[in-house]
Design a protein around this ligand. Structure first.
Ligand SMILES: NC(=O)c1ccc[n+]([C@@H]2O[C@H](COP(=O)([O-])OP(=O)(O)OC[C@H]3O[C@@H](n4cnc5c(N)ncnc54)[C@H](OP(=O)(O)O)[C@@H]3O)[C@@H](O)[C@H]2O)c1
Length: 338
């Protein structure tokens, strides 16, 4: 089968578009033809190599996948041969606690065929397209978990989202707006900010033009006089960490699910205790988080922000869009025709 894969860690140059054997289908598993996939920063981190995660080579990259069932050992929760399904890319073995992730420790989505355990398959409502469903698991279900499951977001919250132009960022904006919160979306550059306004942001911050903490003080006043945001979403880390601490209102929450620009930034403990803030980590998603996102899209509550749709043979171009920060929302990859 055709696939985009890497057989050593490194930069974009280690990605190969070529032929691999079809994935083995263990007894009881399901084989699917990939219909749509979507890209995430996780694909880049995995290709570069992450501390503590052993990636078996060759690794087909990509986590998010909608497939059409082509082989199975029997009916799968109401699904059968020819049906489409969204794959939950993360799987935790109930007995061992062992964690597996497509595109990280199991072969991923950017190939003609994938295999999955039956319990990973999620039916897709008829009104949700392949591209919309494929956009959801890693970015939207992660944002859902961070804001709702972990973050207890409410309509009364004033939220600041950093990196709002990316996959998780646009997801967080749409989910927070649907909840009724007031959202300030922050991104690098006026064009991205203009697109965030179109997507529903109440206010925007171009952090290439104004420091995050200076903006917070300008629009909400001093932290010592009730200024700051109820919720700050920061999955960037690095140099944005301390300015984020300085943007949380007294009693507020700082939510994080990532560290794109660095996982060991300088901190400033004074702001954490003086503001009596909660710093809440959130990672990944459960099946329930994915199903909540599918239900929201099916109900017309919001639609995932999809920037580009590329054919499988051009998936590497899509990865470059993310790596060079030229993306707004999600990049979706279409599978090869049957
Ligand atoms: N823990 C989990 O389970 C989980 C799940 C999903 C994602 N994540 C993490 O969440 C983060 C975002 O993922 P994503 O897929 O949404 O990525 P993405 O689509 O590439 O978006 C990241 C955004 O962050 C901003 N950014 C700020 N500093 C950056 C830098 N140094 N390099 C690249 N982008 C930078 C960029 O916007 P501007 O150019 O406008 O600044 C970009 O749009 C990643 O760290 C990812 O690993 C974690």
């Amino acid at each position: 089968m055709k696939a985009l894969y890497f057989d050593r860690h490194g930069g974009p140059e280690v990605l190969t578009w070529g032929d691999l054997p079809d994935p083995d289908r263990p007894q009881g598993w399901v084989k699917l033809r990939m219909r749509a996939a979507s890209l995430n920063y996780l694909d880049i981190f995995t290709r570069r190599g992450m501390l503590g995660i052993r990636v078996p080579f060759p690794m087909v990259t990509g986590g998010d996948c909608v497939g059409e069932i082509v082989e199975a050992d029997g009916p799968i929760g109401g699904l059968g041969i020819g049906d489409r399904a969204l794959i939950n890319p993360a799987h935790i073995d109930d007995r061992s606690g062992h964690f597996e992730m497509m595109g990280e420790t199991r072969p991923g989505a950017l190939a003609q065929y994938v295999v999955a355990r039956p319990e990973q398959l999620i039916p897709i409502p008829d009104t949700v397209s392949d591209a919309q469903a494929a956009a959801l698991p890693v970015a939207y279900a992660t944002a859902w978990r961070m804001l709702h499951t972990r973050g207890n977001l409410s309509a009364d919250d004033r939220v600041l989202i950093l990196g709002a132009s990316g996959g998780v960022g646009t997801a967080a904006l749409l989910i927070a707006k649907a909840c009724g919160a007031h959202v300030t979306a922050a991104a690098g550059g006026p064009e991205k900010c203009a697109r965030l306004t179109k997507l529903g942001a109440d206010a925007t911050l171009d952090y290439a033009a104004e420091p995050i903490d200076a903006y917070t003080k300008r629009v909400s006043g001093s932290l010592f006089r009730g200024g700051g945001f109820d919720v700050v979403v920061n999955f960037t880390g690095g140099d944005t960490w301390v300015p984020s601490l300085k943007s949380v209102k007294r009693g507020g929450r700082l939510l994080t699910c990532g560290a794109t620009a660095g996982f060991d930034p300088k901190t400033d403990i004074r702001y954490i205790f003086m503001a009596e803030m909660d710093i809440r980590g959130s990672t990944g998603f459960s099946r329930a988080d994915i199903e909540a996102c599918l239900a929201a899209v099916a109900a017309g509550s919001w639609a995932p922000a999809i920037d580009a749709v590329l054919p499988l043979e051009r998936a590497a171009e899509g990865i470059a869009l993310l790596e060079e920060r030229r993306v707004f929302g999600k990049v979706v990859i279409e599978g090869l025709p049957a």
